[in-house]
Write a protein that binds this ligand. Structure first.
Ligand code: THU
Length: 176
């Protein structure tokens, strides 16, 4: 397992201008077999869910699995639509599924796996921006981090310890 640091901006010190340096740290696992056993099982559930995705337009199947504090697992997969924007990503299907069936339950971990029917995806694919924003709402409400593990069809797995690491400068309800 390796640590990956990503800097969003660089720091410069001039008298009139202040620049902020935002740094996130992700963990990188060489393969699923390096993950803790319980997370391997959760990734397996994301992979199973992925295969049931409804993706006739993109041919890009995504599966997500959430683990709740109760130990329960909730899954989601992408659901596309002929009117493209009417479809939904796997991560949001999963988190809304959890919100609908286990309201108020803490989500501890999320696993995501993608498979393209057109090419082999071997690099980790992170949840899209809209999914990060939706997940942030749940993380904010439950006041504890959701750890996210994401991967392609095979290969490396990346781990973000919190949605905050995937979405710096989060917009949330406290601003309203
Ligand atoms: N997709 C997801 O399910 N999750 C993401 O984070 C990014 C994209 C889906 C949406 C669409 O069905 C397909 O992948 C191609 O964008």
């Amino acid at each position: 397992m390796a640590l990956l640091s990503i800097s969003a901006t660089s720091t410069t010190n001039t008298s009139s201008l202040k620049k902020l340096k935002l740094e996130i740290q992700l963990e990188v696992f060489e393969s699923v077999s390096e993950l803790p056993k319980d997370i391997q099982e959760l990734m397996n559930k994301a992979q199973q869910a992925r295969e049931n995705a409804y993706a006739p337009y993109s041919h890009f199947k995504v599966g997500a699995a959430l683990r709740l504090l109760s130990g329960e697992t909730v899954i989601g997969n992408n659901q596309e639509n002929a009117a493209f924007p009417s479809g939904l990503c796997a991560e949001r299907v999963a988190v809304f599924h959890a919100g609908a069936t286990s309201p108020g339950q803490t989500i501890t971990d999320m696993t995501v796996s993608v498979r393209s029917l057109k090419h082999t995806v071997t690099e980790p694919i992170a949840p899209c921006g809209a999914c990060r924003q939706s997940l942030a709402e749940y993380e904010q409400n439950q006041k504890s981090p959701i750890t996210v593990y994401f991967m392609g069809e095979s290969g490396k797995v990346m781990k973000a310890a919190s949605i905050k690491d995937l979405l710096p400068l989060i917009f949330d309800g406290t601003y309203l």
